[in-house]
Design a protein around this ligand. Structure first.
Ligand SMILES: Cc1cc2nc3c(=O)[nH]c(=O)nc-3n(C[C@H](O)[C@H](O)[C@H](O)COP(=O)(O)OP(=O)(O)OC[C@H]3O[C@@H](n4cnc5c(N)ncnc54)[C@H](O)[C@@H]3O)c2cc1C
Ligand code: SF4
Length: 556
């Protein structure tokens, strides 16, 4: 007869294979657990990645519309959220910039004082950086040189830095495109090819140079026994044998994510669950499970304190630019224009011009009808004064070649909330709905910087159309919603990522982040997951009674 644990399909089921999920899968497999990773996105390789984002069905994720790519945009009243969806989570579409946040973030938000973050985190950042192969970017493209010139003009030249990136780069003077036998894991990992600076990172690297999770954490997890189920969506998680707190284990129900009809319902059992479906994905799943009675004890703080990293996507388009601004790596450099405001030079690869459909001439002014009127007026004046130049800015062709996107982030407090509601236009089911104070749709200092940048480069400043039309900012860095906190009255997980109210249940993804980081968040998500997994004992010592602790006093 099998021992009781072996009667379950797995020890741990990890939901989602992004930064939190892949770290968890690798570390748990290393500790000897039987691990399954359930991922609704597809597997991508250099062979099946699209060559441009005009191949929308292989870029965009909206399976109900037969779009089965790795990138998604979700539109809410307060924010447009850009995120990844693939085996490897956001790492397939991300720009591979991995930065550590300033130390002050550990003293802000609901996680402040719950652990010795400042002392503990450096070693977890070091572990994650080593696994993800973080190096300083040595491929500066024309867009980075322009950013440096511009920073000098505004007196911020000394803050210019080359980004830290998870890219396998050639030596400074060497050409890219050379293949090496596993350069990272002493022969345990896959062969890798050096970067050629094509600017294509956000379209998925077709050259094997970006250190995506399926080439490091997840690769090693699978090699050591973790089972990955791609194109499989988790739709239910409930305690086994009628236990209220999950002490007997869990059953996890799934459907095939990429088909409409025969959805192949599946059921897996396990002792423990790690939710790692991203801030948006975990919130959505937990709201659904709380609402349908599968996990009723999830904290009522679910959906509270969702952060958009105070972000603004603006840019400069230089029609007929003599230099190809798409060359380099996706995010090659950055500057700090003041203590709180951080700007990075971003690009898409030449030919990937669809984002142009969301950009237009930059317009300031008060949000609402006055800004829309001003935008229409500016557009009309520009068309009358410089018809040819204006048309060249608005038309999509060569947009990536001619545009520097400026990603502006601020480490300032500010958040919205998400709740689970029926919408008047589709009352048949509930959806995630945003609530709260509107996040500013533009950061005046960043706009000023873009205007000056445009004058310097002979281009025109541009911003996102939804910001002007609907007063809705865009972000690729949605964080929070299941934040780390002292008790279930303040958050959803404790300082070890254990879900309040359940045994052997954890959250390891961007949803636990309790403050705006002011930098791209993936390295922090990975480092937090490293820390959370560090507390889990080896499989041979598992007691299966791990439960969140309420913390009354600061631990520092
Ligand atoms: C275009 C773009 C560029 C970016 N560039 C950078 C960058 O340079 N640096 C940086 O730090 N960050 C960047 N980001 C943000 C980064 O991708 C995210 O912060 C990061 O991936 C979040 O990690 P995560 O572990 O929370 O979740 P994710 O990496 O998003 O992984 C969650 C996974 O869970 C899956 N999932 C969701 N629901 C379910 C379900 N019900 N069942 C099964 N699976 C499910 C999803 O498909 C997804 O693959 C970028 C994002 C975008 C969109
Ligand atoms: S710049 Fe091109 S080759 Fe280099 S990592 Fe990005 S996509 Fe890959």
């Amino acid at each position: 007869m099998k021992p009781p644990d072996r009667q379950l399909d797995f020890d741990f089921i990890v939901i989602g294979s992004g930064f939190g999920g892949s770290v968890a899968a690798h570390r748990l497999t290393e500790k000897g657990y039987r691990v399954a990773v359930i991922e609704m996105g597809r597997r991508w390789t250099p062979e099946n990645l699209p060559s441009t984002n005009w191949l929308i069905h292989r870029w965009f994720w909206r399976p109900n519309l037969a779009l089965r790519g790795f990138f998604n945009m979700r539109f809410f009243r307060h924010v447009t959220i850009l995120h990844g969806c693939a085996v490897g989570g956001g790492s397939i579409t991300y720009a591979a910039t991995l930065l550590r946040p300033p130390e002050k973030v550990w003293g802000m938000g609901s996680w402040a004082g719950l652990a010795g973050w400042k002392e503990e985190m450096p070693r977890h950042f070091a572990a994650a950086s080593r696994m993800l192969g973080v190096v300083e970017n040595n491929i500066l493209g024309p867009a980075d040189h322009l950013l440096k010139k511009m920073a000098d003009v505004v007196g911020a030249g000394d803050t210019f830095y080359r980004t830290s990136v998870a890219i396998f780069q050639p030596g400074e003077t060497e050409p890219g495109g050379k293949t090496f036998h596993d350069p990272f894991f002493g022969g345990e990992g896959p062969d890798r090819t050096t970067c050629i600076g094509c600017g294509g990172c956000m379209m998925g690297c077709r050259h094997g140079a970006k250190n995506t999770l399926d080439l490091n954490y997840l690769y090693l997890a699978e090699k050591h026994g973790a089972q990955v189920f791609p194109e499989t969506k988790v739709v239910d998680v409930k305690p086994l044998n009628g236990s209220d707190d999950g002490s007997e284990g869990y059953e996890v129900h799934t459907v095939k994510s990429t088909v409409w009809l025969d959805r192949h319902p599946g059921r897996f059992t396990c002792r423990a669950v790690v939710f790692a479906a991203s801030s948006l994905g975990t919130m959505e799943l937990l709201f659904h499970l709380k609402d349908r009675g599968s996990l009723p004890a999830i904290s009522t703080q679910l959906g509270k304190r969702v952060r958009t990293n105070s972000e603004s996507l603006i840019g400069v388009r230089v029609p007929g630019s003599p230099e190809d601004l798409s060359k380099g790596i996706a995010i090659g450099s950055g500057v700090y224009i003041d203590e709180h405001t951080h700007i990075e030079a971003v690009r898409y690869p030449s030919g990937s011009d669809t984002m142009s459909l969301l950009t237009t001439i930059m317009t300031g002014g008060r949000p609402g009808t006055s800004r829309i009127t001003l935008w229409l007026r500016n557009l009309a004046i520009s068309l009358l004064r410089h018809p040819w130049k204006t048309l060249r800015i608005l038309q999509p062709w060569s947009w990536a070649r001619e545009t520097v996107i400026l990603l502006c982030m601020q480490a300032l407090e500010g958040h919205i909330n998400m709740c689970w509601k029926r919408c008047w236009f589709w009352p048949f089911r509930k959806f995630l709905v945003s609530r709260g104070e509107r996040v500013p749709t533009y950061i005046p200092k960043a706009n000023e910087f873009a205007e000056k940048f445009a004058r310097l480069s002979g281009g025109t400043a541009v911003s996102m159309l939804p910001e002007i039309l609907f007063d809705v900012p865009g972000t690729a860095h949605c964080l929070g919603g299941c934040v780390i906190a002292a008790s279930e009255e303040e958050g959803v997980v404790d300082f070890r990522h254990r879900v309040f109210g359940y045994k052997n249940m954890y959250i390891c993804d961007g949803s636990v982040v309790a403050t705006n980081l002011g930098v791209n968040p993936s390295l922090t998500i990975a480092a937090l997951a490293e820390r959370a997994m560090n507390f889990i004992p080896p499989a041979s010592q598992a007691a299966w009674n791990d439960m969140a602790e309420e913390t009354t006093s600061a631990r520092q």
